[in-house]
Design a binder for this molecule. Structure first.
Ligand SMILES: *Cc1c(COP(=O)(O)O)cnc(C)c1O
Length: 459
């Protein structure tokens, strides 16, 4: 498979190069030039496959030619072996027509493990083959950092530098990062907010030379390998729910649109998903984008912090398709968006709305929904999942509904307690998390100080 940039000017790349490159050199995001279309007969044959075997089949066309089949099979099986539930992505029936797709059984209790357990192994493999050493640099408001650390803690070929805002992530989130004692893991608590962390990471990517001779790597959802891995669970759960024989809707708690875009790729591969509802919290960039208004609003801190974003970066990937894969037009739209708001082409927006409905769910509604779902079904859901659950209010009638449960409620006890419940216990293998030793470095919000730290730990 070849990969092209949404802005049309960067070189066409193979999978290994895309994984190692992250952002395209023209500022765009890489997307598959052409996705394989899977036949109905093949989908039916896939219905019986366990999660990891299905993952190998779904992802093979992406990676073919850059990695040996046997190596890839072992890598995928290994990536999902650490999940706490045998089904990896169990699907729980809540009511006669609503199902919960539990994506929180990975090592760090959020859906990001699905992608980052695999991405860590892919990066390690491609770096080893090139005889290179990599430095992953990433900013996190919580979930991405711990998932990236868990996915790469055993890597011999890369160091991880993860910046989180000092005293602004939950204790569970911080400890999931700082109690990992692997020599290649370096946590920075930056005296600033998440945007400051991101600004430092961005500035460092503009100045890649500072890590020479290492290669600087990105693990945020601009990395297409993450989206690829997320396509799998739409196909897995869709086939089990009967997507080939009845209309099925997926409801996706969303921020950067990476998770939802995985579902979109499943559609492009021929899976007949009827509709998506996309839920945001008060940070409703996606809701506005899907109504044709590409604009920025200041960040609001919410009870679903992993969805607190200002710009929904993966929306550009959808726009590329909506604008007929015209990279020049996307480059113009994104250039205008850099300095202001953009009104999107109305026929493009119309096309998107045929597949995606979007709604913003504020903190009050989030807490109401946690209470309501518990009262109706006995299931205690996390605040992110609750936004997806509430979004079913805008679902077209007569569809079977699958809500993506993106995190375990134990990870977000603040919201669960605000909704009136006791704190949820962590899984037993993590029960001592709050007493484990921690290791992290507190740094000022200063680029040169951070870069100096990176130099000293990656020597
Ligand atoms: C990252 C995250 C989301 C948002 O996913 P996007 O791919 O950014 O849309 C939702 N819920 C949880 C728990 C997350 O960690």
């Amino acid at each position: 498979m070849k990969f092209v940039s949404t802005r049309g000017l960067a070189p066409v790349l193979d999978f290994d190069e895309v994984v190692l490159t992250g952002l395209a050199s023209d500022g765009g995001l890489y997307v598959p030039e052409k996705l394989p279309v899977v036949s109905e007969a093949t989908f039916r044959a896939w219905q019986v496959l366990p999660y990891d075997k299905l993952a190998i089949e779904v992802m093979w066309p992406f990676v073919e030619g850059t990695i040996l089949r046997e190596t890839f099979e072992l890598m995928v099986i290994d990536a999902y072996a650490s999940f706490r539930h045998e089904a990896i992505a169990p699907i729980k029936q809540l009511t006669s027509d609503t199902w919960l797709l539990e994506l929180f059984h990975g090592p760090t209790l959020a859906f990001k493990d699905f992608a980052l357990q695999l991405l860590g192994r892919l990066l390690d493999h491609f770096l080893a083959r090139r005889g290179e050493h990599g430095v992953v640099m990433g900013a996190t408001s919580g979930d991405t950092g711990s998932a990236a650390i868990e996915g790469s803690r055993h890597s011999k070929h890369l160091d991880l530098i993860i910046l989180h805002p000092y005293q602004r992530v939950s204790e569970v989130q911080r400890r999931q990062m700082t109690t990992v004692m692997s020599a290649n893991v370096h946590n920075i608590a930056l005296k600033g907010n998440f945007d400051d962390c991101q600004a430092i990471v961005k500035a460092s990517f503009m100045d890649q030379d500072f890590v020479q001779p290492n290669r600087l790597l990105a693990v945020n959802s601009i990395n297409l390998a993450r989206i690829m891995a997320q396509t799998v669970y739409y196909i897995y759960s869709g086939l089990r729910i009967g997507v080939l024989d009845r209309p099925v809707l997926f409801s996706v708690p969303s921020a950067n649109f990476g998770d939802a875009y995985g579902g979109y790729m499943a559609c492009q591969m021929g899976l007949p998903i009827a509709h998506f509802t996309v839920a945001t919290n008060a940070n409703d960039a996606l809701v506005r984008a899907l109504s044709g208004d590409l604009s920025r609003k200041p960040l609001t801190k919410t009870l679903s912090p992993s969805m607190d974003i200002v710009v929904s970066s993966n929306f550009e990937r959808l726009l590329f398709d909506l604008y007929g894969k015209d990279g020049e037009q996307i480059a113009n739209v994104m250039k205008a968006f850099q300095t202001g708001s953009v009104t999107l082409d109305s026929s493009a927006v119309e096309k998107a709305r045929g597949l995606f409905s979007a709604i913003a769910v504020d903190d009050d509604r989030t807490c109401d929904t946690i209470r309501r779902i518990f009262a109706e079904t006995g299931e205690l859901i996390d605040p992110h999942t609750a936004t997806g659950m509430d979004a079913l209010s805008i679902a077209p009638a007569e569809m079977t509904k699958v809500v993506l449960a993106t995190a375990h409620p134990a990870k977000f006890s603040e919201a669960v307690q605000k909704a009136g419940f006791d704190e949820v216990p962590l899984p037993s293998d993590m029960s001592d998390l709050l007493t484990r030793d921690e290791r992290y470095t507190i740094l000022e919000n200063d680029l040169s100080e951070v870069q100096h730290f990176v130099h000293t730990v990656t020597k």
